[in-house]
Design a binder for this molecule. Structure first.
Ligand code: COA
Length: 153
């Protein structure tokens, strides 16, 4: 899988994946804004054989990387692509010298939580009834990604 910045031409396929994978899919306009209207946004796609098979969106705010989403098409899940996308985001965070990474995830999303735990994310808070479709709680996770050299000197 090759990972590159998301472009407008990817949105149609990304929206298909949104509808495949999420009960509250983002609309096309949200992706358009992330690509062309939001300076803080870092949206990427993963491509295999000219087909978008996954994507991720993060925002860089001050010294924080906030991961908005990571998604891999069902037929390719479980083969390491989610890890590749997360590693790509974390390597971008290292380039930008971010100190912490945060995200929120459905409390019942065992697979995603397990992915994030594998990269040092820990649950730091619960937002009760956060998701409006089924009132599921959100687990807020944070990882110290430690690019704050000099802080303790
Ligand atoms: C969550 C998601 C991005 C993970 O991507 P993936 O390509 O399936 O995951 P990978 O193959 O890279 O596996 C990464 C880790 O996920 C966990 N994982 C994978 N399959 C799992 C399963 N069936 N059960 C539990 N954990 C699992 C493991 O921790 C795995 O690491 P390991 O192989 O070292 O054990 C993907 O499943 C997905 O798109 N799900 C639907 C959308 C979604 O929920 N996104 C997250 C929103 S916050």
């Amino acid at each position: 899988m090759k990972i590159r910045r998301m472009i407008v031409a990817d949105i149609k396929r990304v929206c298909e994946l949104e509808r495949e994978l999420f009960t509250m899919p983002w609309p096309r306009t949200s992706f358009l804004y992330e690509i062309s209207g939001n300076d803080r946004s870092f949206p990427v796609v993963g491509v295999e054989d000219d087909e978008v098979v996954g994507y991720a969106i993060a925002w860089f705010v001050c010294d924080e990387l906030h991961i908005g989403n990571i998604a891999v098409t069902g037929k390719r899940q479980g083969s390491g692509l989610g890890k590749r996308l997360l590693e790509y985001m974390l390597s971008e965070a290292a380039k930008r010298e971010a100190a912490v990474a945060t995200l929120e995830v459905r409390a019942g999303n065992v697979r995603a939580i397990s992915l994030y735990r594998g990269y040092g994310f820990k649950g730091i808070a619960i937002r009760k009834n956060y998701y409006t479709d089924n009132k599921e709680d959100a687990l807020i996770m944070m990882a110290d990604i430690g690019h704050n050299e000099g802080e303790n000197e």
